[in-house]
Ligand binder design. Structure first.
Ligand code: MN
Ligand code: MN
Length: 342
């Protein structure tokens, strides 16, 4: 039996929202019905362009920089503000409701993937500064900002969303070649700089949970690279849904939903996948190139149970009995955890 709903969404084929200097494509549960627990966005900013000051009422925001450079500022409820710059392979985490802004630094476009720990994340739950100020009486806006009502008339009449600003005049951000970003800060974690777990001939995995990046209490990120033919073995996650963005290559993902129900999906670069919490699954690189996958989990704790480890932890006679096979055959099953199989 196969599932009637799709676990694949062609995010980069979606018609984007386009504004001055910015392009965004989002996948909430409205676009991608399977993804009830996690939503995602693919956004691109030109140098100087910004996703204006805003906050999200119902979700924390986690990001991975695919390409290019940007900077962010964020304010905490204690009044402290933090400014960070990000390059390829860096991650950020912004708690739910904290005000923030993202600006492209150049050179070239900055492309990043945003993950929200709520499938109902949408623009309905996103509050932009210009939308806010343009929806209070002019007298209140004037009093609040310390300007005249005539000056309030110069402000945007509605939500700006994307705004084209100047490239920051900060040469430490613009030096070329840029220093390799290595530093962890309150909101920034250099995931690609992490030494990966490496399976010779099979691939690599990098993980950033709250253990590595303390502020990221509700989201864990993972970057998996699979060599051609390699298999991220049968496994499941006891504590979190899994949201996948295929950065490069092609893959087959099988998802087992219990009671005989299973679905197989085929992915290309730019597609998004989703695996519900607890559902058994695998990822196989079906192409001749490296398959690179960004994965987000809606828990700050990383948990995975791999089939090989489970089988290896049971007595051979029990496994033989379970499958109704000779012990000699059961003995060929994995004796240790595989994780990725070349
Ligand atoms: Mn945001
Ligand atoms: Mn998984």
């Amino acid at each position: 039996m196969t599932s009637s709903i799709s676990f694949r969404y062609e995010l980069e084929k979606k018609q984007p929202r386009v504004g001055p200097g910015g392009i965004t494509r989002g996948a909430s549960v409205n676009d991608f019905p399977a993804s009830v627990g996690i939503a995602g966005v693919s956004m691109r900013l030109q140098p100087g362009a910004m996703r204006e000051l805003h906050w999200h009422a119902n979700a924390a925001e986690w990001a991975y920089i695919v390409d290019g450079y940007c900077r962010t500022t964020i304010i905490h409820p204690d009044g402290n503000t933090y400014t960070d710059s990000f390059g390829p392979g860096d991650v950020w985490y912004f708690p739910k409701g904290y005000g923030h802004v993202i600006q492209g630094l150049g050179p070239g476009e900055c492309h990043f993937i945003l993950i929200f720990d709520n499938g109902n994340f949408s623009e309905d739950h996103t509050f932009s500064i210009t939308d806010f100020i343009s929806h209070v009486p002019a007298a209140v806006a004037a009093q609040s900002l310390g300007i005249t009502e005539d000056e309030v008339a110069q402000l945007p009449k509605g939500e700006v969303y994307f705004a084209q600003g100047e490239v920051p005049d900060d040469h430490s951000l613009l030096s070329d070649p840029r220093p390799a970003p290595q530093l962890i800060s309150m909101h920034r974690y250099p995931l690609h700089a992490q030494q990966p777990r490496r399976i010779p001939g099979g691939g690599t995995q990098r993980v950033v949970s709250a253990a590595e990046f303390p502020i990221s209490t509700t989201i864990t990120g993972s970057l998996i690279e699979l060599q051609p033919g390699a298999l991220r073995e049968l496994h499941w996650h006891p504590n979190a849904d899994e949201w996948q963005y295929f950065i490069s290559g092609t893959a087959e993902v099988g998802i087992f939903l219990a009671e005989g129900e299973a679905v197989t999906e085929y992915f290309n670069a730019g597609d998004v996948g989703y695996v519900p919490m607890g559902a058994g699954h695998y990822i196989k690189n079906t192409g001749n190139d490296l398959c690179k996958i960004l994965i987000g989990f809606n828990s700050g704790h990383y948990q995975a149970l791999d089939l090989s480890e489970w089988l290896a932890g049971n007595p051979i006679d029990l496994i033989a009995g379970n499958f109704g096979i000779p012990k000699a055959l059961a003995d060929k099953f994995p004796a240790t955890k595989n994780f990725i199989i070349p």
